[in-house]
Design a protein around this ligand. Structure first.
Ligand code: ATP
Ligand code: MG
Length: 251
């Protein structure tokens, strides 16, 4: 069965998209076929991989019967395909709640993809709304990026409670693969304190790999490529390679 990872945290700007793009690229470089699903109307994973959002090829179309085959595009990274997003996807918040299959739309579309991608990575928007709900209902694994900042733990309890509810009611397959410390600035005491606090709370659920704060990671999306293409020898690339190994090993 494909490993389907949701990258979720209702907190904004914590590194979900950066992690989705770069883990997807590292896994693809390793030789596995990877599908990155942009399920955020901001379409940051789409533009970050050098694609301009298009109405015709967008995950929004999945809500209206399109298949992944019809919307998926190749990327600059061999083995890495992208299901792009478009701002239209924001309409999901009004269109989905009235539907009987409201939390099943993404899962059903992914079921049709079958096993051709051993890894599927779903980038979620910063909310616990219908889109994230669909991702959590479709995924069998969850990665939660946590920014090494003062309010890092805020909202995590709510997120993990929601995951419990989804597991109980909709998707018993969903498992937490790990929490990921992101934007760690080694020069500050704050980052060390936050990292310690998160590890104290969540223990082995926290990935050993830590993503450093790095200008190169922030610059790569403006060039439309992952860090592994933009600056493969940078500390950011090294951190994401290490994380990808850990992701594979965690099963
Ligand atoms: N390790 C890092 N070092 C420096 N900048 C980073 C790092 N990770 C992400 N950024 C930058 O921080 C911003 C937020 O990151 P990103 O878009 O990945 O977060 P997000 O959780 O997907 O945000 P949103 O909730 O809006 O979808 C972006 O400008 C990104 O380039
Ligand atoms: Mg994002």
């Amino acid at each position: 069965m494909s490993r389907i990872y949701a990258l979720a945290n209702q907190k904004g700007g914590v590194g979900k998209t950066t992690t989705a793009i770069n883990v997807a690229a590292c896994l693809a470089e390793g030789g596995a076929r990877v599908l990155l699903v942009d399920f955020d109307p901001q379409a940051n994973a789409t533009t970050g991989l050098g694609h301009r959002p298009s109405r015709a090829r967008s995950t929004y179309q999945l809500l209206h019967g399109a298949t992944f085959e019809e919307i998926t595009v190749a990327t600059c990274v061999p083995n890495l395909d992208l299901a792009p997003a478009h701002p239209d996807l924001a309409a999901a918040a009004v269109e989905l709640p009235g539907r009987e299959d409201r939390e099943r739309v993404l899962g059903r579309a992914l079921a049709e993809v079958g096993e051709q991608y051993p890894y599927v990575i779903v980038d979620c928007p910063p909310s616990l709304g219908m889109l994230t709900l669909n991702a959590l209902a479709a995924a069998n694994r969850l990665i939660v990026p946590v920014q090494c900042e003062y309010y890092a733990l805020e909202g995590l309890t709510q997120l993990l409670e929601s995951v419990e509810i989804i597991r109980a009611r909709v998707n018993p397959q969903l498992a937490l693969t790990g929490l990921l410390l992101t934007m760690h600035d080694g020069r500050t005491r704050l980052a060390a304190d936050v990292a310690r606090e998160v590890r104290a709370h969540f223990g082995p659920k926290v990935f050993e790999s830590v993503i450093p704060r790095s200008v190169r990671l922030a610059e790569a999306p403006s060039h439309g490529v992952p860090i592994t293409s933009f600056d493969p020898d940078s500390a950011g690339a090294e951190a994401y390679y290490k994380l990808a190994l850990e992701v594979v090993e965690r099963g």
